[in-house]
Design a protein around this ligand. Structure first.
Ligand SMILES: Nc1ncnc2c1ncn2[C@@H]1O[C@H](COP(=O)(O)OP(=O)(O)OP(=O)(O)O)[C@@H](O)[C@H]1O
Length: 274
């Protein structure tokens, strides 16, 4: 088979079916905004996720902890469409089957993900980065030469205040501190008005003061958004956590308040054994 034909067949296979509920108002009338049920992901026979169940409520702030290799990143990869599970179901609200959507559709459809390493445009100002994040067409020159609607400028204004970068708005992003860059990246996700925000190790490399401000930012976002934070820094988790899920060997080991999970003998054993 020639390469072009092969590539075509692959792209046909990789293309997910369009979910008929995609784009409709999200149905969270029965509580959870995110359902991960019976999800298993195997890599060469090794189960990175093993019958994982996770339910996140609308507006909740959930912390996910677990030792190295517990499956935290794989779980986020499944929710955001980067990895397809071998088994299980993943729903956004009651009706949107995320397994039928591409990574791009999931991101545009209301699930934003912040990776550890910021992907901001360092040569552009804070404002321009936020402006670019509002645009459907991401070509930089095109976006920056279009005029913004009043609604878009209001949104940038509100986000820039929310992320605490009002005084830096005209600074090139490359000149921001490490913490400020992380907040800008969160701001860029907020421009898309996501219902769910997945945040991977938000305070890695931050100063104590930046960590505190990040805690304030993430807690302020809960309510309007469901925020799922994966973090190894236990002091930070304690400072923001309401409900904590502990993953171990691809499954949920324990769930509850920080005190409940920290006093759970199974959790103590897993962490001491690390
Ligand atoms: N693409 C892959 N191929 C093979 N094994 C993988 C792949 N991705 C993840 N794994 C394995 O799956 C397991 C879970 O990995 P994952 O990265 O999800 O864990 P984690 O909880 O995010 O760990 P960490 O806290 O170290 O980032 C690990 O044993 C990892 O080596």
């Amino acid at each position: 088979m020639n390469l072009i034909k092969q590539a075509h067949q692959f792209s046909q296979r990789a293309l997910p079916k369009r979910d008929p509920n995609f784009g409709k108002p999200l149905d969270t009338s029965h509580g959870p905004i995110l359902y991960v049920e019976g999800v298993t992901v195997s890599f060469d026979g090794f189960k990175a996720l093993n019958n994982l169940n996770l339910y996140v409520d609308d507006g909740e702030l959930r912390c996910i902890i677990g030792p190295n290799g517990a499956g935290k990143t794989t779980m986020m990869d499944v929710i955001t469409g980067k990895t397809r599970p071998d088994e299980g179901s993943v729903y956004f609200g009651q009706q949107i089957d995320l397994l039928n959507l591409s990574e791009h559709q999931i991101a545009r459809g209301g699930i934003g993900r912040k990776f550890q390493k910021p992907t901001i445009f360092e040569a552009l100002t804070v404002y321009e980065n936020l402006e670019l994040a509002t645009a459907a067409d991401k070509r930089v020159w095109f976006t920056l030469t279009q005029s913004l609607s009043a609604e878009q400028t209001d949104r940038i204004d509100s986000v820039v205040r929310q992320i605490g970068l009002l005084s830096e708005v005209q600074r090139p992003a490359g000149l921001l501190s490490h913490g400020q860059k992380q907040w800008l990246e969160i701001g860029m996700l907020l421009m898309q008005s996501p219902r769910v925000l997945l945040v991977d190790e938000p305070v890695a490399g931050m100063t104590g003061e930046e960590t505190e401000r990040t805690a304030e930012l993430l807690t302020s976002l809960a309510g309007d958004h469901s925020v799922i934070v994966v973090e190894h820094d236990m002091a930070f988790v304690r400072s923001i956590a309401r409900q904590v899920t502990v993953l171990h060997q691809g499954s949920v080991l324990a769930e509850g308040t920080m005190d409940q999970v920290q006093n759970n003998p199974k959790v103590i054993e897993v962490y001491l054994g690390e």
